[in-house]
Design a protein around this ligand. Structure first.
Ligand SMILES: [Fe+2]
Ligand SMILES: [Fe+2]
Length: 281
């Protein structure tokens, strides 16, 4: 498939990602001191925010499935494409393990802190968890652009929430989550930059389409989206917060912007939410 970046480019991005988290810096849910987790120290809005992000992180199997479907590592592709997808899989496997740790740690926070009963939470998460992850793009760069925006938006949200909560176990957890999402963002920004260098103006329209149609995961589940808006008075979850970082990734990738890139940057900027819908000023 000529729309991919060369396999060596993908391998270099994956090498950089894996090297950025040496074993000593890895963590999992068992490393937190759960004895002091106390949802009684959270406001009603903060409790709702924790439940919301648990649901988003718990939707991981659907998200990983998107990669398996669109970057298959099997006989449905020829050897050259297989080699590219196999390199990407080194990333996907580690990334999925880290996101699963997020889902597990947030769920554990809920039952250790008294926010939810473990069995009831499992049942509650099964509904949105089974909801299809509707991501069907025509160009590979679109999956990486989507993830770039989503990872950065999530990182920003976790950081905002961490600065607001007065509960040390949750604050520690949110700090760990934000740090991971920042690394995930860096990988996707690196890959999108490599696409721009390899394919130039040919990837501008596909990237533009991602921004034009952007939906957060589960956004098509009306009830959950209303929930997201309701928690905006705690900390704003706004994917357009990430757009400045997309523009920066574009600028880092190219020495001089072409006319088409200029137009893309203007468009991305115009999609940003200029008036905050809530949260601290
Ligand atoms: Fe995550
Ligand atoms: Fe992430």
């Amino acid at each position: 498939m000529t729309t991919l970046i060369p396999t060596g480019e993908m391998a270099a991005a994956v090498d950089t990602f894996l090297a950025a988290q040496p074993p000593a810096r890895r963590w999992d849910a068992d490393h937190l001191d759960w004895t002091h987790a106390d949802a009684g120290r959270l406001t009603e809005g903060q409790r709702s925010a924790v439940r919301f992000v648990t649901m988003i992180e718990d939707h991981l199997p659907g998200y990983v499935d998107v990669y398996h479907r669109h970057f298959p590592v099997d006989a449905s592709v020829g050897p050259a494409v297989f080699a590219h997808h196999r390199e990407l899989y080194h990333f996907t496997a580690r990334w999925a393990a880290e996101e699963d740790t997020h889902a597990r740690a947030l769920a554990r926070y809920q039952w250790e802190s008294g926010l939810a009963d473990r069995d009831a939470l499992r049942t509650e998460l099964a509904g949105p968890g089974a909801h299809p992850f509707g991501l069907d793009y025509t160009h590979p760069v679109q999956y990486f652009t989507y993830a770039l925006v989503q990872e950065k938006a999530t990182q920003i949200y976790y950081r905002q929430l961490r600065d607001l909560v007065d509960e040390p176990v949750l604050a520690t957890l949110l700090g760990l989550l934000a740090r991971d999402e920042a690394r995930h963002f860096s990988f996707f920004a690196d890959v999108v930059g490599r696409y721009l260098r390899a394919h130039g103006d040919a990837v501008v329209a596909p990237i533009r389409d991602v921004v034009a149609d952007f939906r957060m995961p589960l956004a098509d589940m009306g009830g959950y989206w209303r929930w997201a808006l309701r928690i905006a008075d705690v900390a704003r979850y706004d994917h357009t917060d990430a757009y400045a970082h997309l523009v920066r990734a574009v600028d880092r990738a190219v020495d001089t912007r072409t006319d088409r890139l200029d137009e893309l940057v203007r468009f991305v900027d115009s999609c940003r939410t200029l008036t905050p819908t809530g949260g601290p000023a």
